[in-house]
Ligand binder design. Sequence first.
Ligand code: SAM
Length: 327
Amino acid sequence: MSGLIDQFGRRIEYLRISVTDRCNFRCQYCMPVEGLPWLPKSDILSYEEIRDVVTQLAPLGLRRVRLTGGEPTIRPELATLVRMLRDVPEVEDIALSTNGVKLPALAAELADAGLDRVNISADSLRPERIATIARRNLGFEPSVAALAAEAAGLSPIKLNIVVMRGLNDDEVVDFARLTLEHPWHVRFIELMPVGEMANLTLQHVVPSDEILARISDVFGPLEPTSGPSRGNGPATYWRVPDAAGSIGVITPMTHTYCERCNRVRLTADGRLRTCLFGDHEVDLRTPLRAGIPLAPFVHQALTEKPQAHALLQLRNGGLKALSQVGG
Ligand code: SAM
């Protein structure tokens, strides 16, 4: 069998690679404050092993990869992995999802190694509020991180905001205002109440339609736009007329986009997860370490990729936190 095509005819060309399960933040919606039982180092794929997975999937149709976590920038020498992946000829696009704390220090080195672009998670523009949501005060400023990424030549730059009623939903207009002058793509994500985030519930979800309505109340009617030229995923995009950037919404709770799904995930310990929610995953680490070709395992996983995620049925496949699967 050739090609990465699932049982519903969706072509899979995008792999999200979690390079670590650890994080320097403890975002209220993502990870318990005490952390999780971390994976032992021997369980975590080495950079060479990650490169080998990508090298085996590339001839089957893999074209884009994203490094995520946990927080990928806390794994030492991340640029080494970027350089290895850049050397895989079929890989057209290498992206990074980060909380941005280390971006001012690392952006130039990562760009130099071949990183194309970055998504920065930024749930507030107010330092004290970031510290409350992330439950860590690391002096993170989203605009500083985005400017550092821009200066390094990473493009496009996306800012991802998880919107929570009563916690940060009063900032959607401030975030949207950033797009007037900066060519950034500000994307509002509907909170997914998963795992053990017992204090955050469906009542904290702010539907994307409400977010867009609040923004257009201030800036006038928004124009639909195609969004960034590279890396269009589940977001739909809008623009304040004549703005430099765009406004996106990602709507796991109110509108499904699973029919367009083109992605699978590799966990830090080498499991291929075909859907963010649901218990569909296949161990690639054991065959990889035994020198057995991965293609049959990957094709098997794709035959079981569900048609749609089971989030609304609250079937999350035993996930305690999105940090376990790279978001
Ligand atoms: N540490 C990196 C970062 O901050 O982007 C990568 C991993 S993080 C798990 C990836 C994305 O998942 C972040 O944008 C985060 O806000 C989002 N996320 C985590 N838990 C979420 C939840 N319960 N609902 C919505 N988004 C969530």
